[in-house]
Design a protein around this ligand. Sequence first.
Ligand SMILES: CC(C)(COP(=O)(O)OP(=O)(O)OC[C@H]1O[C@@H](n2cnc3c(N)ncnc32)[C@H](O)[C@@H]1OP(=O)(O)O)[C@@H](O)C(=O)NCCC(=O)NCCS
Length: 210
Amino acid sequence: MVNASAAGGNVESWSFMYADAPDERWGTSVTNPADCSRIVLRRATTDDARALSGFAARSFQETFGPESKPRDMEAYLAKAFSPAVQTAEIADAAATVILALDDRTSGLAGYAHLVARNADIELKRLYVDAPWKGRGLAARLMDRIFEECRRHGGDRLWLTVWVRNHRAMAFYEKVGFRVSGSETFMLGDDAQTDHVMEMAVPRAVARPSG
Ligand SMILES: CC(C)(COP(=O)(O)OP(=O)(O)OC[C@H]1O[C@@H](n2cnc3c(N)ncnc32)[C@H](O)[C@@H]1OP(=O)(O)O)[C@@H](O)C(=O)NCCC(=O)NCCS
């Protein structure tokens, strides 16, 4: 595998790593995607940065690559998902990165990244690996996200989503987000329109005793 330790590494190397050689330990390794119970959620530490870097870049490329110019994609991957950037993001005191791990394989099945700089909390990223889509894992991550928002004293959760990302929008609407505005997102040199979506953080549901 290409060494990915340098933040500003050669773009061709990044592209090769993301497209063809996801990290051996963390790549897609799901054998029975129907069983969500074997997924464990935990907070990421900086030790997870390198693995998350490979997974996050691959997920981003799989989601947006087919509708992007390779040069714009490569520029964005190098800027956003290097191990050094992931390390800094995980170490940010305002950030919470939650990993969804398959307890049989230790492979990553998804992740969420929140940033809480005030009572308005940003859901910066939410990704579920392809075999786990439509299986309830995204909803489980969302519950954990709400829990983290309450822990941070957050009232409002917001995010941006590409206007052409219909599946993600359908999911966000299903869990309670509504479109409240728009923003420009630069993918390399390509200026794209994102919806801003937001919702009130739901209160904790009291569990029945006994
Ligand atoms: C966004 C994401 C986390 C949602 O998880 P998921 O497991 O796909 O979510 P669900 O299947 O529970 O919900 C998606 C909904 O979209 C619907 N859907 C599927 N394909 C669709 C499409 N092309 N257009 C519109 N709706 C679509 C599904 O039917 C489902 O609705 P339903 O439960 O009423 O049937 C996941 O799709 C993902 O990781 N996508 C790639 C990364 C991404 O886009 N992240 C968000 C960046 S802002």
